[in-house]
Design a protein around this ligand. Structure first.
Ligand code: ATP
Length: 484
């Protein structure tokens, strides 16, 4: 999560695409350079056979100068090429942002702004390409001047050999006639060197990405947790996204199997962060989180995420059919399992009302469905997954109260079926009155905890929230230990 929240997905995609240059690099080195070096060795051998060691040494000398000149001049080409690759990624980022956020672009009528922004990236890319082209071909021209010089030098040496009677005039004709073939491997090799440089620069970003170490990994000796009862404990947990600000402060939670723990509080108080910590999207700074007394850092990420089911705040559907999206939760699910899950989440009848039923395409990120329909599909998905621990993060916030109470009943039945431990994050307090524990968060701390009745009696933050939401007069401020 650390990785993805820091990076732009379009840039990562472009870097992966540019990384295709690695295949070309491998092909150039293995399939082309090695035969070219063999060709060059043969050319030097032929010169030695036709003339003498000096002519072949002159060719080798020219070869060394040529490659050295290529290496020296290549450093002047690196920066424009790097700028070009960077401009390409920037262009992909701007394009992706405008396409993905096209509704925002429309709402704010920013077509011209986006057009200009995109135009700027095209200009930057063309400018970088032009600089690269000019520098590349100028330097290439300078380097290739070595070729005629080599030809004249070798010709002079060959003529001298003939005048001394060491070679025949026919050998000179041979040199002239076959010159292109003799010099060809050299030119080819320098082109290959240039290509290799270019491919390496293009793939630079991918190589850097490949070297990025994930912040959260299985530790050595991590074991699979298997089936769990659902005891979840947070012990004095501390966490910060940024070292300068602590997001979760000394949080302790104890959830027994089958219990429902509700997390409430102002927006930004740290409720969703608690669920991300349980899923180990991030590692905590201090304290301990355990499931059935297994520290979650000791078990494999795979087995941890297997036992937890989440309905996130903004569920994401893939661009496919409703059926495909539901099956994603459990590829082995039968059609009747899927229907039962959809009935429980009060979406089955709605799906049947669509002309294509379960084969309806949901569009990118579920754009063809309403917010409430997406949420109900997300609930159906988690029912299909059948996890031991459930996290519902504002799972029914976009659903009307009538449908919500239907889903709530289905979710209660689902929770009780297997004594599932549930964490429910909610702003609408009416959905969590029956919770076994309600934890009230404020700026990363739990400031109140208890059942609904206890907290209302206590008359603190929760009681105020409750009275605001239900329109009942403020409860009498009564300090009750039971509420704390
Ligand atoms: N990836 C992140 N990087 C940095 N800060 C983050 C990140 N995610 C959340 N935060 C910050 O952490 C704090 C807690 O966020 P969190 O999402 O847990 O709040 P929340 O209580 O769930 O809010 P809401 O009710 O609005 O969903 C916020 O101040 C938020 O800006």
């Amino acid at each position: 999560m650390d990785f993805h929240s820091e990076r732009d997905s379009a840039e990562v995609m472009k870097a992966l695409e540019q990384g295709g240059a690695l295949t070309k690099l491998l092909r150039t080195v293995v399939c082309e350079s090695l035969p070219t070096i063999a060709d060059l060795t043969i050319a030097i051998g032929i010169l030695y056979w036709k003339f003498d060691i000096y002519v072949s040494l002159a060719m080798m000398f020219a070869f060394s100068i040529f490659i050295a000149a290529e290496i020296i001049t290549s450093r002047y080409k690196v920066e424009p090429r790097r700028q070009f690759a960077r401009a390409e990624r920037q262009q992909a980022r701007v394009m992706h942002q405008a396409i993905q956020g096209w509704t925002t672009v429309s709402y704010f009528n920013m077509f011209n702004f986006e057009r200009k922004r995109f135009g700027k990236t095209v200009d930057a890319k063309l400018a970088a390409d032009f600089t690269w082209g000019v520098r590349n071909f100028t330097l290439q021209g300078i380097v290739e001047l070595i070729i005629p010089f080599t030809f004249f030098t070798l010709s002079a040496m060959a003529i001298r050999n003939i005048s001394l009677g060491r070679s025949k005039p026919g050998d000179f004709t041979f040199l002239v006639q076959y010159w292109d073939y003799l010099i060809y491997p050299l030119i080819w090799l320098s082109h290959e060197y240039r290509d290799v440089m270019q491919y390496l620069i293009d793939a630079e970003r991918l190589l850097a990405l490949l070297q990025t170490k994930p912040a959260v990994v299985d530790k050595e000796g991590a074991y699979s947790i298997g089936a769990v009862d659902g005891h979840v404990r947070f012990e004095n947990v501390q966490f910060c996204y940024d070292e300068r600000k602590t997001t979760i402060k000394a949080v302790s939670i104890c959830a027994k199997p089958g219990e429902t723990i509700a997390l409430v509080g102002a927006t930004g108080a740290g409720k969703s962060t608690v669920s991300k910590l349980l899923l180990r999207f991030y590692d905590i700074t201090s304290g301990r989180i355990s499931i059935d007394d297994h520290d979650i850092r000791d078990i494999t990420l795979d087995s941890l995420r297997n036992v937890i089911g989440v309905v996130p705040q903004d569920p994401l559907l893939f661009n496919g059919t409703i059926l495909e999206n539901l099956r994603y939760a459990k590829p082995s699910a039968t059609f009747s399992d899927i229907i039962s899950a959809c009935q429980a989440s009060a979406i089955h009848d709605r799906i049947l009302s669509f002309p294509d039923g379960y084969k309806t395409k949901v569009g990118e990120q579920g754009v063809k469905l309403s917010g409430g329909e997406v949420q109900r599909l997300a609930v159906a998905r988690v029912i299909l997954k059948d996890p031991s621990i459930l996290i519902l993060d504002e799972a029914t916030s976009a659903i009307d109260t009538h449908t919500e109470s239907n889903i709530q009943r289905a979710l209660d039945a689902f929770k009780n079926k297997r004594k599932r431990t549930s964490f429910v994050i909610a702003h609408r307090l009416s959905t969590i009155v029956g919770a076994d524990q309600i934890l009230v968060f404020d700026e990363g701390r739990i400031v109140e905890r208890g059942t609904h009745e206890e907290l209302v009696k206590y008359g603190g933050v929760y009681a105020q929230l409750w009275s605001k939401q239900t329109g009942t007069p403020d409860v009498v401020e009564e300090e009750e230990e039971g509420g704390k």
